[in-house]
Design a protein around this ligand. Structure first.
Ligand SMILES: Nc1ncnc2c1ncn2[C@@H]1O[C@H](COP(=O)(O)OP(=O)(O)OP(=O)(O)O)[C@@H](O)[C@H]1O
Length: 178
């Protein structure tokens, strides 16, 4: 006897989100402001998207010193859409720049938003977002430290997080709750 089909709706698991397939280096994406961005090598993978090195100079290959990253996801995935809305509001380059200056900081630690758009490839649509390339990430540092941070570093991180989440974001378009 064939297995019974599950009733639609009740009891169904939510549809799985797809990870974008990997694009070859050299793919050019055009954002909503008609600016072109060239992809380099992939440098990271999140829960739902792939991240690539990127450059605004589309005339030559994107090197390892690229100043931007582009996050790409299938367009019908939700997470990048939400992340994008947040970046568009809270990570405007001039907003971050003036905050850093007025608070006498060297850096805020939040990548600036430079553009976004939709890209078609092989009959599929992808959403992308261009942000600053940052250095390493906390998870990598944590692994390097043998999964144990020194107390001083934990306190420094806490101060930085408090600065960003309690002062910058609430004043610049995002409500934070703990
Ligand atoms: N601005 C950046 N500069 C350099 N590397 C980055 C940047 N943003 C992300 N990465 C790299 O890409 C990886 C995945 O980033 P992403 O933000 O997608 O992670 P995530 O938050 O785990 O995923 P998701 O948001 O999809 O749940 C990071 O762990 C990091 O190594």
């Amino acid at each position: 006897m064939p297995p019974k089909k599950k009733a639609a709706g009740k009891g169904r698991a939510p549809a799985k989100r797809q990870l974008a397939e990997e694009f070859p280096p050299g793919e050019v994406l055009i954002d909503t402001g008609k600016k072109s961005w060239k992809l380099g090598a992939p440098i990271g993978q999140g829960g739902f998207g792939l991240l690539y090195l990127a450059h605004e100079n589309t005339a030559k290959p994107v090197g390892a010193d690229a100043p931007y990253v582009i996050k790409v996801e299938p367009s019908d995935n939700g997470p990048l859409f939400s992340e994008l809305k947040f970046y568009m509001r809270a990570a405007k380059p001039d907003l971050i720049q003036s905050w850093v200056k007025s608070h006498k900081l060297n850096v805020l630690g939040v990548p600036r938003y430079w553009g976004s758009g939709l890209h078609e490839r092989g009959g599929k649509r992808y959403r992308f977002m261009v942000i600053d390339r940052l250095g390493t990430d906390l998870q990598k540092k944590f692994e390097e430290c043998g999964r144990r941070f020194p107390r001083k570093l934990v306190l420094q991180l806490a101060l930085r997080l408090v600065g960003v989440f309690i002062s910058f974001f609430p004043l610049n378009g995002r409500v934070v709750s703990f």
